[in-house]
Each structure stands twice: as structure tokens, then as C-alpha cells.
Design a binder for this molecule. Structure first.
Ligand code: SAM
Length: 347
């Protein structure tokens, strides 16, 4: 895996890419699954040293969408025939917010049931570390997948990226809680972090395997100027894009049947980064559904694409991009990973 991650020659890259694509098509088919991405709130109790919406960043205008806004975003996702959505936010465990998300999950499922989707939209949450009871409440409301990145599995590097009270062990405990409750569990890492080695990234892949992870979301690290890591020394953009694509390929080659997202951060560094991600083995994309008025307030890193487009413009742009990558869109399907389904984790 270290050799794959360190490849630079054109012929090596071509071989790795085509082998990863072959393994993807054999194990997952040619569908790309869309999850409409709703950024529900940028209020955050955490102070991750890399993140643009960390609580200490006073330049951010904080927002929380209300129930009607969130349900309207879900309706748009449904009308676009995406089959599934992700509700993401900063980390906050206040009862008001957890109750809001739980109410939205129930309403979204009830209001999007139709002949093509008898159980309504599939719902993934990405809300950070919460107590067991909150995870359970949201699962009982009907959410069935949860994404919580481990960020890096090197404990020293993790400690260098987070305040002391945010521990590596507590992230592990949260992943275990999600698994125990019955969620399909997603995790992932940032790629090209200062001090991160190829061996660290290879270890990350072994971690995903050991923890029987169902879905992976990874992307390049992009320094945000208003954070302590804003001036950190990082690999040049082209190298970080190449490493991110190779990481997608290495995960696909090793884990075979998991879902892998081609993330927005890739597109932030390369206008066709997400299409390249699909060609290197990814099979999930998360089109922006967040209302245009607040998209600019949810900037984890600079250069976030599609800030001025609305959801309908994003939709037609993405359809053209998938066709260019030679794949088809898995309309009106939840698109659970084959890995999760094989282990009886479908809902
Ligand atoms: N609060 C939730 C959580 O912590 O899982 C979801 C939102 S959180 C901001 C989503 C992800 O953004 C993080 O897991 C992290 O990997 C990524 N992220 C944050 N800052 C980033 C940066 N500067 N460059 C690349 N990715 C970043």
C-alpha cells in the first residue's frame, strides 16, 4: 500500500487507476450514488486546529437552519431523485438541536415515502461526537448511517491536531457506540496533513478494515487561514490531489465492497477532482442542497466550490460530470454499501 500511495510515474498511475476501477465495477457495480448534502448548522463546540468553523473562529457568522428549511432541502433531494441525504453540522449536543434533527428525520421519512422509495429517503448523519443516548435517539428516529471521521489513526498526529480534551480514545469510543446501536458506520481521514507519512495513511486503511467500516469519506487537507494550522507547510496542490486519488484507489483495492465518497475538498483543489475520484474507485457523491444564502458560512476550508449555485444548478452540472466519467447515477436508491448489506446492516 505504501508503494501504491507513493506512485508518481504516469504508467504506474494509469495501472493503479484502472485496477481500482476494475475492482470497483466487479464489487459494487457502475452506479454512483448521490446523497443531498444539507449543512444544518455551523455552530460548533469543538476547537479542531484545522477546521474553519471551530468555535474560536470569531469571523464566522453562525447559523442554524430551522425545521421547515431542512425539510424543504429534503424535498428538493427527493424531487431530484437522489434517494438519500446527509445532514451535517458542527458538533453540538444541546437538546434543542438534537430534538430538531430527530424531528426532521421523522418528517423527512414520512414525507418522502413514494412507490419508488417505500421507506422514504435514506438518512445519513454527520454531527460529530455525541453521547450514546443522542446517537440512539437519532437512530430510533430513523437515521441509518453515520459518518464520523477519525481524521488520522496516528494517535500522536491526532493529538497535534486537536485540543487536549478531544482525545483519540473518545473518537474510538464514539465509533464503537455507533456500531453498537446498529448504524452503518462511515469514517475517514484527511490526506496530506502536516507530519503525516505514507505509512500513516497505509495504517489508516488497515484501521478501516479492522473496524469493519462500511463507508469512507476522505479528502485532502486544505489549510484555512483563520485557524492555527492556516500557515502550516503542506504538499503542493498537485501532489495532494494525486495522493488523495491514490488513497481512494488503495482503499478500493484493499476493502473492495465499501462505499467511498468523492469529496468536495477534492473539487476545491481541482475543478474535475471529484470526477477523477470516481475514476480512481469512488462511488458516492454529495451534491450541495444547503440553501445558497448560508453556504458561504459553512467553510471548513477555503475554495469551497458551488458557493453561488443553487441546488438545481448543482444537479444538472453533476449529471453531466457523471456521464463524462462513463458511469450512471443510482437514482431513487439508498445506495447502501455492499459491505454493509452483506453483513445484514441494511435497515
Ligand atoms: N462536526 C461533524 C464532525 O466533526 O464529524 C461534521 C462536520 S466536520 C467539519 C467534517 C469534516 O471536515 C471533518 O471530519 C474534517 O475531516 C473535515 N475538515 C475540517 N477542516 C478541514 C480542512 N481544513 N481541510 C480538509 N478537511 C477539513
Amino acid at each position: 500500500m505504501i508503494a501504491i500511495l507513493g506512485a508518481t510515474g504516469a504508467e504506474d498511475l494509469r495501472l493503479i487507476r484502472s485496477e481500482a476501477e476494475k475492482v470497483l465495477l466487479e464489487n459494487c457495480g457502475d452506479a454512483v450514488y448521490f446523497r443531498g448534502l444539507i449543512e444544518a448548522s455551523n455552530a460548533c463546540a469543538c476547537d479542531c486546529l484545522y477546521c474553519g468553523i471551530r468555535k474560536s473562529n470569531r469571523t464566522v457568522r453562525r447559523f442554524t437552519l430551522d425545521e421547515e428549511d431542512i425539510v424543504a432541502c429534503a424535498r428538493l433531494t427527493h424531487e431530484s431523485r437522489y434517494g438519500s441525504l446527509v445532514i451535517q453540522s458542527g458538533e453540538r449536543n444541546d437538546a434543542k438541536f438534537i430534538d430538531l434533527v430527530a424531528r426532521c428525520v421523522k418528517r423527512i421519512i414520512a414525507e418522502t415515502r413514494c412507490p419508488e422509495l417505500p421507506e422514504g429517503l435514506g438518512i445519513t448523519l454527520s454531527l460529530g461526537q455525541l453521547p450514546y443516548v443522542s446517537y440512539k435517539k437519532l437512530f430510533d428516529a430513523g437515521a441509518h448511517r453515520f459518518l464520523l471521521r477519525i481524521e488520522t489513526t496516528n494517535p500522536e498526529l491526532f493529538a497535534a491536531l486537536h485540543p487536549v480534551e478531544q482525545t483519540f480514545q473518545s473518537r474510538l469510543d464514539s465509533l464503537a457506540a455507533l456500531r453498537d446501536i446498529g448504524y452503518q458506520v462511515g469514517t475517514g481521514v484527511m490526506i496530506g496533513l502536516p507530519g503525516q507519512t505514507l505509512a500513516d495513511l497505509a495504517d489508516d486503511i488497515l484501521f478501516f478494515e479492522r473496524h469493519d467500516i462500511d463507508m469512507i469519506g476522505m479528502g485532502p487537507f486544505i489549510p484555512h487561514p483563520d485557524t492555527p494550522l492556516g500557515t502550516a507547510e503542506v504538499l503542493p496542490v498537485a501532489d495532494r490531489v494525486r495522493l488523495s486519488l491514490l488513497m481512494i484507489a488503495a482503499v478500493r483495492l484493499k476493502l473492495k465492497d465499501v462505499n467511498i465518497a468523492s469529496t468536495t475538498a477534492l473539487q476545491a483543489l481541482d475543478p474535475v477532482g471529484r470526477e477523477k475520484g470516481l475514476k480512481f474507485g469512488a462511488n458516492v457523491m454529495m451534491p450541495q442542497i444547503t440553501p445558497t444564502e448560508v453556504r458561504k458560512d459553512y467553510q471548513l476550508y477555503p475554495g469551497k466550490p458551488c458557493l453561488d449555485e443553487n441546488a438545481l444548478e448543482c444537479r444538472s452540472c453533476l449529471e453531466a460530470r457523471i456521464a463524462l466519467a462513463g458511469r450512471k447515477i443510482g437514482y431513487n436508491q439508498w445506495g447502501d454499501s455492499r459491505h454493509a448489506l452483506a453483513r445484514g446492516r441494511g435497515r
